[in-house]
Design a protein around this ligand. Structure first.
Ligand code: FES
Ligand SMILES: [Fe+2]
Length: 530
């Protein structure tokens, strides 16, 4: 690795560089899927034998949620009893803790639906704490996420009113007599399928293996929680992008100067020649180290630690001595959807500020997500969705980078080696071809509808738009009356107020649309804009 304290380049003064680095750090922390990885120090021959090529994505065999290959079934049946060897020395996607949402995003008075490894589940706050069951009522398979949380903490199905306690057991069947209800609810068949859930580090974690084996196995493993996580402010996005593309992207820093025009420029690129695998590639993860990749961070020592299956922890030691770290979680939701949780690290408004909560929401909605997250994420999604589409048309097509064309490919290649080590990705190859729609990738579906802050701001914008519209109409009416009565100067003032209110209403409408818009056209390099 390059030594720390390397002299700054002649392209910028030390002061300017420090400012730029702070900007990069902020943008990196808020760009849910835009952290850039490292590569090995050796360039390999492209004509590698096929046997050395890592497995295709969605390789059949190790799969969860979309059908289990026979060999996997055999493995599962052999390891139903909890075994330290199974959990600690091996890795299967079904036996791991996954963060599924920040606690700040979870509603306490209603069910929270989500999908993990292709399984629809629902979380709610029961009398015994957070509980998680399959999003299907055992009575007639109605989605429990459309039900409601009762004051006693039971989750009630909306179809016929069955109720479930936090342990998943049926608590009440309204159409049965109290005696029959108690008797029926004693049967395991009337219980909802329950999954282990934990609340740790500001995130809600779910273990996607149900039954006694799932609960026993979950006790042998701990969620990958950062020691400082209690101080973090988590932001979640759910882009229509595969888990594999997301994790690879987080380990591929050399794309930043080329793709992230606006924050970087291709002319700032520094060749990423120092990228090494700094640990064994274990089922539980690995460590990568690399140097700088732009003139703004040349000379830094960076590391990227992947802790299976979700956690990527990035640390930068900059030549100035400043240290910065970033935490990203990638939770596979469906073959082409990933739940991404990032420690936002946004500047906090001072505590004494009046209406601080409101201002924080506005800052989040109109500055952070627009100027930072969306430019980066749209640029990344543009590429990753294209990768997913081509890859889904031919799941066995290998990318050259998987075998390292240049040292900067080391991060991508190492993740592929890890996939090979654990037997393939979380989903099977039998998925349909991926074709994202504009709706799937718009701002509301990717982030806003999941985010309490954005939802609050949208409600406020809606209210203000209506009020400004009403004030505009009322002022226009007053202006007309005044004009009829000959009070022309006052009529002019009322007309001006009406125009002002109309302008405010229109500006609220523009703000409202930005919650649903697709920012791609605004942020991608012009050559890609449609
Ligand atoms: S389907 Fe849930 S109560 Fe009937
Ligand atoms: Fe938000």
């Amino acid at each position: 690795m390059r030594p720390m304290g390397r002299q700054l380049t002649s392209f910028a003064s030390a002061r300017r560089m420090s400012t730029d680095l702070l900007l990069i750090c902020l943008v990196e922390s808020i760009a849910s899927f835009a952290l850039w990885p490292c590569g090995s120090t050796q360039t390999k021959n492209l004509l590698t034998s096929p046997s050395s090529v890592p497995p295709p994505r969605h390789q059949p065999g190790i799969t969860t949620g979309f059908g289990v290959h026979s060999s996997t079934r055999a493995t599962l049946s052999m390891t139903v009893a909890p075994s330290a060897d199974t959990v600690i020395k091996r890795f299967t996607f079904e036996r791991a803790w996954y963060p599924v949402m920040p606690i700040s995003y979870a509603e306490t008075d209603r069910p929270n639906a989500f999908t993990l490894l292709g399984r629809r589940m629902v979380l709610w706050r029961s009398a015994d704490g957070w509980a998680c069951v399959e999003d299907a009522c055992p009575h007639r398979l109605a989605p429990l996420s459309t039900g409601r949380v009762k004051s006693d903490g039971n989750l009630m199905c909306r179809f016929h009113g069955w109720e479930f306690a936090g342990d998943g057991k049926c608590a009440k069947i309204p159409n049965a007599s109290p005696e029959a209800s108690a008797s029926l609810c004693g049967s395991p068949e009337t219980a909802a399928t329950r999954f282990p859930v934990r609340d740790d580090g500001g995130l809600l974690w779910v273990w996607p293996e149900s039954g006694d084996a799932g609960f026993a196995n979950s006790l042998l493993s701990s969620p990958a929680v950062d020691p400082n996580a209690s101080k973090f402010e988590w932001i979640m996005t759910i882009p229509p992008v595969s888990y594999e593309s997301m994790v690879e992207n987080s380990m591929d820093p050399s794309h930043a100067p080329h793709l992230h025009e606006g924050t970087f420029a291709a002319s700032e690129m520094v060749r990423l020649e120092e990228y090494e695998v700094a640990s064994d590639i274990e089922p539980q993860g690995y460590l990568l180290k690399h140097g700088g990749y732009t003139q703004k961070n040349v000379g830094m020592d960076a590391s990227r630690r992947f802790t299976a299956p979700s956690f990527v922890h990035v640390e930068y030691k900059l030549p100035s001595g400043k240290k910065q770290d970033f935490q990203l979680y990638f939770t596979p939701s469906t073959p082409f959807e990933t739940r991404v949780m990032t420690n936002l690290q946004a500047p906090q408004l001072p505590a004494w500020l009046p209406a601080r909560g409101l201002l924080t929401d506005l800052f989040h909605a109109f500055f952070l997500t627009r100027k930072g997250l969306w430019r980066f994420s749209d640029q990344d999604r543009l590429v990753m969705q294209g990768q997913d589409q081509t890859q889904s048309e031919d799941p066995h097509r290998a990318q050259l980078a998987w075998d390292i064309v240049s040292p900067s490919d080391t991060g991508v290649s190492t993740f592929r080696r890890w996939l090979e080590r654990v037997g393939g990705g979380p989903f099977s190859a039998s998925n349909p071809t991926f074709v994202p729609t504009k709706e799937e990738e718009n701002r509301w579906n990717v982030h806003g509808k999941h985010c309490p802050s954005c939802r609050r701001t949208l409600k406020l914008v809606d209210r203000l738009q209506k009020q400004f519209g009403k004030l505009s109409a009322a002022s226009a009416a007053v202006a007309a009356v005044l004009a009829i009565r000959g009070a022309l100067s006052r009529a002019i003032i009322a007309t001006a107020i009406s125009i002002l209110m109309q302008g405010a209403s229109m500006s609220m409408e523009r703000g409202r649309r930005s919650f649903f818009g697709l920012e791609r056209e605004l942020w991608v390099p012009q050559v890609y804009a449609k």
